[in-house]
Design a protein around this ligand. Structure first.
Ligand code: PMP
Length: 440
């Protein structure tokens, strides 16, 4: 029998959702675009797991590489010791770094997850400022509705107010206003024209706090987890200019947008804006073995790692930094992306994807559709006094009919594996459209 497990036996995000009686739906296997449940139903995966399985499920090459690596060298201490795969993987990442060779983001720090990559990048930013004689710059700025994971660093710069309420945050963390305005955005395809002046909100924080206190600004090029918020044209460029003017480092959190989500290797390539640091995870190993990585400009890496003699102490590294199995998974993943030209494949299907997403316009409850690359957010009207319930009902209805979607509150997010075909897109849209007609 399915679902006979005790919900009390361990903590998972779904066990917090008792108000929705959210019994876990059990996934037991996966292949290509599909999951299989414990009652042997096939489920189309419209979210690449949790925005991570970009090359599709059940990739033999990754499983074999990991198995072989574990049988050969299962672990190497990340202090004093190295192993060849970590260097090979770092080198491959460096060759394929965001923005290509001109961008100079060719130094890599390994971490164990997106949250760890974010913490790593924030620490590098502060350490770099200190190394160049800007030791007063310790303040970190994020963006409202940004999501940067659950560590204290990511939580502090994150823009989800509820998540920030319970815990003490990093001193001085602050947030620029977000770019989301569904009323003005309504059904814009790709990047909206309006709202670039919102980037100037960074000037407000500079005036308020003083540039000499600010180490870095971190933003997701496209806010993913909070509802696929596509920035207006010129927005990221404007942030870059303001950061440059005031000596503030710019960090792109590409945990979702990295590795082909926008039909380019990274959002850096898509938007042509080069930050100082880039965080990645998820698609880095195709969601297989947990791993994160930070790309840094060489001068930042060198200053932080070598420091000024006697001046800087930067102790950083995890037990699992550059874990052999994760590096094996990452190398196999990169090679799949390249051999199958999956980023190009994502770009090739983008027009069809966009039209399919926007065909949802006019269906019950739909108040906005946002899309860019191979990602989309369908915003539903919330039920007054019960935000999130409509989104949850749609999620359940879709799942019962063989489609896994991601909902955050009342926003449906799609971010499928990059090898998606038109027939899958048609199935996604028709199952979601039916659900929208059925739910209250
Ligand atoms: N940054 C972004 C942009 C993310 O989307 C996420 C995860 N959804 C994270 C950081 C945190 O990654 P992880 O859950 O691997 O810690």
């Amino acid at each position: 029998a399915r679902n006979t497990y005790s919900l009390d036996s361990f903590w998972m995000p779904f066990t917090a959702n008792r108000q929705f009686k959210a019994a876990p739906r059990m996934l037991v296997s996966s292949a290509g675009m599909y999951y299989r449940t414990d009652d042997d139903r096939q489920i189309l995966d419209s979210t690449a797991g949790l925005w991570c399985v970009n090359a599709g499920h059940g990739r033999r090459e990754i499983a074999d590489a990991v198995g072989q690596q574990l049988a050969t060298l299962d672990y190497a201490p990340s202090f004093q010791m190295g192993h060849p795969l970590a260097f090979q993987f770092a080198e491959q990442l460096s060759i394929n770094a965001p923005g290509g060779t001109d961008a100079g983001l060719d130094r890599v720090f390994f971490a164990g997850s997106g949250s760890e990559a974010v913490d790593t990048a924030l620490k590098i930013a502060i350490a770099y400022q200190r190394a160049i004689g800007q030791g007063t710059r310790t303040r970190l700025i994020g963006r409202e509705r940004g999501y940067h994971g659950v560590g204290f660093g990511g939580l502090s710069v994150g823009g989800i107010v509820n998540n920030r309420r319970v815990f003490p945050l990093l001193p001085g963390a602050d947030h620029i206003r977000h770019t989301h305005d569904p009323d003005r955005n309504r059904y814009v395809k790709g990047q909206p024209e309006h709202g670039v002046e919102l980037a100037d909100d960074l000037e407000r924080l500079v005036a308020l706090h003083g540039a000499e206190t600010i180490a870095a600004l971190i933003v997701e090029p496209i806010a993913g987890s909070t509802g696929v918020l596509v920035p207006p044209k010129g927005y990221l460029q404007r942030l870059r200019e303001i950061c440059d003017r005031h000596g503030i480092l710019l960090i792109f959190d590409e945990v979702i947008t990295g590795f082909g989500r926008l039909g380019k290797p990274f959002a850096v390539d898509y938007f042509g804006v080069v930050p100082d640091l880039v965080t990645t995870a998820k698609g880095l190993t195709n969601g297989s073995i947990p791993m994160g990585a930070v790309f840094a400009k060489r001068k930042i890496h060198d200053a932080v790692v070598q420091g000024q003699p006697g001046q800087i102490e930067f102790f950083h590294g995890y037990t699992y930094s550059g874990h052999p199995a994760a590096c094996a998974a990452g190398l196999a993943t990169l090679s799949i992306y390249q051999k199958e030209e999956l980023f190009t494949a994502a770009a090739a299907v983008e027009d069809y994807w966009q039209e399919a997403m926007h065909s949802l316009r006019g269906l019950p409850h739909v108040v906005d559709v946002r899309n860019i690359g191979l990602i989309a957010g369908i915003e539903l009207a919330s039920i007054p006094d019960a935000p999130g319930t409509r989104g949850y009902d749609v999620f359940v209805d879709c799942f019962n009919r063989g489609l896994l979607i991601r909902v955050t509150g009342d926003i449906v997010a799609f971010s499928p594996p990059l090898m998606i075909e038109r027939s899958h897109i048609d199935d996604m849209v028709s199952i979601l459209a039916d659900a929208l007609k059925r739910v209250f």
